[in-house]
Each structure stands twice: as C-alpha cells, then as structure tokens.
Design a protein around this ligand. Structure first.
Ligand SMILES: [Zn+2]
Length: 541
C-alpha cells in the first residue's frame, strides 16, 4: 500500500465516532452542534516571530480570529487550548518571565492550558504571577501539596457551549520531578496523571455530567506507547482510561506534529500544509501541534444525540517557510502556505516587550576576573577554562558527578570583565538542551573511552569537568578519577551532557536512557555565572 492509500485508509477512521452516554444532557435531540477545538503546545517563549518571519502570536491572532469568525457565522462554537510549556527558550521572553506570552495568549482568547514541566523552571511565585497575567485557567489535576493532600491548581475547567457542557482536564508529566529544579516544588508531588484523570472523570460523571471530556495534557506522544526512558504519555493515558470516558487529548511535551502514517506509526518528516490524521487510541483522539506556535491545530467536530464525531482535522502552518539554496549557495525562504498577516493590535501590544527583553540582554549578570577561552582553535584541541565553566554549569543544574561537552558547542570567548546575557548567547547560540545519564562499571568506562577518542580538532573533541584519566596512544583510557577519587567500578555515576551529544551528534554514542531536563544551555550557563560571580582562576582549577 502506498502512503496516500494508507492515509486514505486512515481517513475512514475519521468518520467513526464515540458514543458518550449522557442521561442528564441539556442538548436538544436531533440537533447537530458544530464544535471546533483549536490547539497549540510547547510555545517556549515564542511570542515574537523569528528572523524569517515564522510563527509568533501576532500572526496566530489573525489566524484564530479568522477561524473564530468562520465558526461563529456557521453557528458553531470554539475552544482554544494549549498543551503547556509556555515558558523557557527565548532570552527576551525568559528575561520577562514570559509576561508577553501570557498577555498575548490572553488577547488571542485561549480558554485553558495544561501546566507543562517548564512552568516549574521558575519558583512557584512566578507561576502564580503568570496565573494573574493569564485570563484563562492553568490546569493540573495531578499536582498535589503533600502536607494537605490538596491539589495546587484547578484540575479542570467547564465550558458551556450552546447548552453543551465541555470539561477540560489538565495533566502534567510526572517527569517534571526529575527534569526540573526540585527547589521549585518543595512539598509538592506529581502523581500518576492516568490515575488522576480517571478519578476526575469519575467525579465529573457524578457531579457535573459533561457531554464532552477533553484532556489538555503535557505528557508527550510516543508511537504505540513506546515511551522509553520518558514517563508514559498520551497513548498510554488513552489506553488506560475507560473506553468512552475521554473524547480527546490535546497534548504537548514531545514537540512533534502528531500526524499518523499508519496505525500506531506517526509520520517522521511531516511536511507543513499536507494532510494530517491525528492518532486515535481506545476511542480517544490524540492531537499535538509540534511546537513554538508553528501550527495551530484545528479539529472540527459535530455533536448529535450524544455522538461526538471528528469531521475534519488540520495542522495549519503559521508562516512556516521552506529554505532553499540557489546555485551560489544563497538561502532563500518561501512560504509553505499563504502568508498570514500579523494582527496590528497584537504587534503594538508586544513590541514594547520585545524591546524591553532585548535591553535586558545587555544587563550585567556577573563578572569574570580572567579571560575565558572559547576560540575554535583552542576548544577543539585542548581543555580550556571556558569549557570547564560550561560543563560545570550543566553539572550543577543536573547534580552530576562529572560532565562533558563537544568543544564545537562553544562558539566564542569571554573577556575578563562584566558579563551580560548577550555575551553568554555568543558562547552558546544554538539553544541545545542540558540533560544527564547514569552509568556504572564497564559500560561507563566504554562510554568515557568512546568520547575520549573523538578526534582532536573536531567539534566532538570533548571538554571535561570533574574527571581525569590517562589517554593512551592505542585509544585506551586508564586511571580514571572522578571528583579526585579513583573510579569505583560498583558505583553508579551521573554525568551531564547536551541532548545533541546524547542523540549521537559529533559521533558520540547514542544514549537510550538519557534524561533531558529541557533547560537551554545558555540559560544554564547564565544562572551558574550569576550564582558564582566573580569567576576567578582559582575557581576553575
Ligand atoms: Zn515539556
């Protein structure tokens, strides 16, 4: 079967539907209701468009307004949901605690969002402030205060749409506990979202009796529930919930467009503007709109006599552009789909924030008493003090015993004197993410040996911290010392490294059990310099 036929085969599923029994319904018999669910996820500070003019809340506003108008004119209703992770990823937004993002989303008219793990990158007080900026509810049914056994945020929100009662439940990945800063949720715990979801649904069925139940989640979509070293995601959730109890999952966290190629198999290289069939598991539709507001997902449903049926689904690109190189190697960009004009009111609202964010990048965040070496002809050939600093920052954030990064990940030097965030972004401009792995015994020795043998002069040449060893001519490695002590063959060690290398970049061994914290490298380095300023030669010994 070719791919198109497969998709056509899958499209048949679109017309099948799920029967929800609702004996207390206020809807009218034999009336067809039109309900459109719009969704985004993993916004990560992208309130402003990028240099190519892709995404951004101003264009998103125009698109949502258009759809809203169209749906209203046809007498339908609309809900706009987010799968969470509004925070972290763009310095201008980070510097302002994502205020422009929450203000902008409020203006667009978001109805509810799930709390993502990155909502906990800041202390809870910042999240409470963001809750004030947002005119829509921030939901998580599975976050509890241990002492009181009470939920910290609202578990769900209810919407009345033309007499139809729609419940939206928020769920957050349990991985938040291991990938975020534990200081930000002292006394709190994330419980199993699957169990909490069923609990809330059972309650709702007794009390509010919603006609439609949607979960806005930040748990990730993993094909056929193969979640690897991540906590279980949306597929596992849908399979766990009693069939018929959950109509739809608006997801996030794995940051992929959920467009299925065949049953349990998503398309690997989804092309913007092409048809997209969402996943369906145990009768529950699962959608996700990649990341950063690159798309607005649009699901058009009908509701008739208790039947909630998906009629049409689309991922609508927000000014995504195809990059093409001409004969001279010059890159040009063209839209995948027609250009969406930016909403002028939104541009006016966000411009001062963008300017303020840019200015904040010039604020001094720390001081170095020494020149920090990051030149290409150094970091790819020998251990440097900046390599040391970068790796120690990652180790500190991940609580690791030692750490490594390929020298190619360091792109500039820092001169002795005051340091700004803008300076730091020149050192780590790529926005790689920091994480860690744990290993012991021979596996660890093999890993260290493989990395130690990355070629001198290449981007993979490793910068190490808190580990020493003798590297022999034949490639072998002996006398490994971690934290000044000989490697203990029975002890499990934790080491930090960027996701790029964990994924096999620069020829590093691919790590199957890698915990990605989602922290951006430059932000980690900034935090470390702030904490340890001034940087002295002594400090980096
Ligand atoms: Zn996430």
């Amino acid at each position: 079967m070719d791919k198109l036929n497969k998709i056509a085969g899958l499209a048949v599923i679109l017309t099948s539907s799920l029967f929800s029994i609702s004996s207390y319904a206020t809807w009218q018999k034999d009336k067809t209701y039109n309900i459109t669910i719009l969704h985004t996820n993993d916004h990560h500070g992208r309130f402003w468009h990028n240099t190519e003019g892709e995404y951004g809340l101003a264009a998103q506003k125009t698109l949502v307004d258009q759809i809203r108008k169209e749906v209203n004119e046809k007498g339908g209703s609309l809900l706009l949901l987010s799968g969470g992770d509004i925070n972290t990823g763009v310095p201008e937004s980070d510097m302002l605690n994502a205020e422009p993002d929450f203000i902008g989303m409020s203006k667009i008219g978001y109805d509810a969002m799930a709390l993502g793990n990155h909502e906990f990158d800041n202390p809870l007080s910042v999240l409470r402030q963001q809750q004030q900026w947002a005119n829509f509810p921030l939901l998580s049914a599975n976050l509890y205060e241990k002492k009181t056994n009470k939920r910290v945020f609202d578990p769900y929100a209810l919407f009345d749409k033309q007499g139809l009662k729609i419940a939206v439940i928020g769920l957050t990945t349990e991985d938040t506990m291991i990938i975020s800063n534990p200081k930000n949720f002292e006394g709190l715990e994330f419980r199993d979202p699957k169990i909490e979801a069923q609990k809330v649904i059972n309650e709702l069925k007794k009390t509010e009796k919603p006609d439609i139940i949607i979960a806005a989640t930040h748990m990730g979509h993993y094909d056929n529930g193969q979640h690897g070293s991540n906590a279980p995601g949306d597929v596992e959730l849908a399979r766990f919930i009693q069939r018929g109890d959950l109509d739809m999952i608006v997801g996030g966290h794995s940051q992929n467009p959920v467009c299925m190629e065949s049953i349990n198999q998503s398309q690997k290289n989804y092309i913007p503007g092409t048809p997209c069939i969402p996943d369906q598991q145990n009768g529950t539709w699962i959608v996700q709109a990649h990341e950063w507001g690159k798309y607005v997902g649009r699901a058009d449903f009908t509701f008739r006599n208790g039947l909630f049926t998906l009629i049409n689904y689309q991922l609508i690109p927000v000014n995504l552009k195809k990059a093409e190189k001409d004969a001279n190697g010059k890159t040009s960009y063209s839209n995948y789909t027609s250009e969406i004009v930016r909403d002028s009111e939104m541009v006016a609202l966000l411009t001062p924030y963008q300017k303020k964010g840019e200015e904040k990048l010039n604020i001094v965040i720390g001081h170095s008493q020494i020149d920090l070496e990051g030149e290409r002809d150094k970091v790819r050939y020998e251990q440097t003090n900046l390599g040391q600093l970068v790796v120690r920052a990652a180790m500190d954030r991940t609580d690791a015993d030692f750490g490594v990064i390929g020298g190619g990940g360091i792109r500039a030097s820092l001169k002795a004197g005051d340091l700004t965030y803008r300076d730091i972004l020149t050192v780590q401009p790529f926005g790689n993410l920091i994480g860690y792995a744990e290993m012991k015994g021979q596996a660890l020795i093999n890993y260290i040996t493989a990395v130690a043998n990355r070629k001198v002069g290449s981007g993979g040449y490793p910068q190490w911290a808190n580990i020493t060893f003798t590297h022999h001519q034949d490639g072998s490695v002996t006398d490994i010392m971690i934290g000044g002590k000989p490697l203990d063959i029975n002890k499990q060690y934790r080491f930090s490294l960027p996701d790029y290398h964990a994924d096999g970049g620069d020829g590093y061994p691919i790590l199957k059990h890698y915990i990605n914290t989602g922290f951006v490298d430059a932000e980690v380095l900034k935090g470390y310099i702030e904490k340890n300023s001034p940087i002295t030669a002594d400090f980096l010994k």
